[in-house]
Design a protein around this ligand. Structure first.
Ligand SMILES: *Cc1c(COP(=O)(O)O)cnc(C)c1O
Length: 390
């Protein structure tokens, strides 16, 4: 049986070759260090696990949940947004619970895309923006994120006819994979652009709570008029080390939140209530839990940035995320350099082209591994490749 065109249209899985190499290296008994995965290694805080246990014992949580989520959880989300960002949201109409933000990011295109419609997609970027667009029958229009523009999309370069035709615009700051951050001035520009071209903005806020050295990341919704043009995807995955739990929320513009809820009610039946109540405990609890996680990543960043500088790279410590985005040495493609580092040093880095065509020429380091292992990885890279010619 031939598979549907929507499956056939999906881009090839670019990490397959690296994964095969990793499997081969492990078979040979090589101790591979992964600076590849963007999945927190620290445990979920104990009070969240306790709340899950209590909620799991309660039989009233064993039935189908509401597909848009429990009002108690949604209220914790809006309280968090008020405390953290001073953003006012109505928990009844401006929040929908998600089974991880990936789910909402993929489903939002089904709400607005007819075949042949356009979404504006940052490149390099989290692959789900483009994949959700393709699955819904739409066409991604790429917004290059270039180093010379601080990895922000240059909105003036998007042709009017494209912007007028486009339905959704995805943005993601603090950014995966570049670690770049955005200012409120940039968000103001985005709001004006969205109003002018009648676009819905989808702000992916997965890393607003992964910040260092006094930097505080803004929410897109802090800007005046943002709630008229868009929504934000907020996830507990990164701030609370909860990637496995699958819990997040979409907040903001009412008709967009409603549309997402309508799609969800026809596809899934919502998140397990015990998980929502555990997430509520995290959101209602002390912010110091998040600060402890920030401290750990900041320390790893310091170690890694210092190590890369010693190898010859010139780079600044990112203010947020747990990623470092680095140029490959002259004469290598992203894939060639990633393979070279794996073969010579037993270290996995992610080739930048895995995040889109404008990621070519870069690689991403992820710091979801202890600082001793990061130190060891950098030492091995130094022994294997010496100092880099840039
Ligand atoms: C990790 C991540 C997410 C969060 O995904 P969940 O489905 O909420 O676990 C969203 N966007 C980006 C860019 C990410 O890196």
């Amino acid at each position: 049986m031939e598979q549907a065109q929507r499956i056939q249209k999906l881009p090839p899985y670019l990490f397959a070759r690296i994964e095969q190499k990793v499997a081969e290296a492990k078979e040979k008994g090589i101790d591979v260090i992964s600076l590849g995965i963007g999945d927190p290694d620290q445990p979920t805080p104990a009070h969240i696990i306790e709340a899950l246990k209590t909620a799991a014992d309660d039989a009233s949580n064993h039935q189908y949940p509401s597909s848009v989520g429990m009002i108690d959880y949604r209220t914790s989300v809006t309280d968090f947004y008020k405390r953290r960002f001073d953003v006012d949201l109505d928990p009844k109409t401006e929040v929908v619970t998600l089974i991880g933000s990936k789910e909402g990011i993929a489903n939002i295109s089904y709400c607005y895309i007819n075949p042949g419609d356009i979404n504006l997609i940052p490149d390099p970027g989290y692959p789900v923006y483009g994949i959700g667009t393709l699955l819904a029958g739409g066409d991604p229009y790429l917004m290059p994120l270039m180093e010379e523009n601080s990895y922000l999309p240059d909105l003036t370069k998007i042709p009017d006819e494209v912007a007028d035709k486009a339905k959704l615009m995805f943005i993601n700051y603090p950014n995966n994979p570049t670690g770049a951050t955005a200012t409120l001035e940039f968000y103001e520009e985005v709001v004006a652009f969205a109003k002018k071209h009648d676009l819905i903005v989808c702000s992916d806020a997965a890393y607003t709570e992964v910040t260092f050295d006094g930097y505080v990341a803004p929410s897109f919704l802090q800007v005046e008029g943002a709630k008229d043009v868009g929504i934000e995807f907020f996830s507990l995955s990164k701030p609370f080390n909860m990637t496995g739990w699958r819990i997040a929320a979409a907040v903001g513009r009412q008709d967009v939140v409603e549309a997402l809820g309508r799609i969800k009610s026809n596809i899934d039946s919502g998140a397990f209530q015990a998980v929502q109540l555990a997430a509520k405990a995290g959101l209602d609890g002390s912010y110091s839990v998040i600060e402890e996680t920030q401290r750990i990543y900041s320390e790893r960043m310091d170690v890694c940035v210092a190590g890369l500088r010693e190898l010859g790279w010139k780079l600044e410590k990112p203010q947020a995320s747990f990623y470092i985005w680095v140029k490959v040495p002259n004469g290598y493609t992203s894939a060639e350099f990633a393979e070279y580092v794996l073969e010579k040093a037993g270290v996995i880095i992610t080739p930048g082209n895995g995040y889109g065509q404008y990621g070519e020429g870069y690689f991403r380091i992820s710091l979801c591994i202890g600082k001793e292992r990061i130190t060891e990885a950098l030492k091995r890279m130094k022994d294997a490749i010496g100092t880099i010619e840039l």
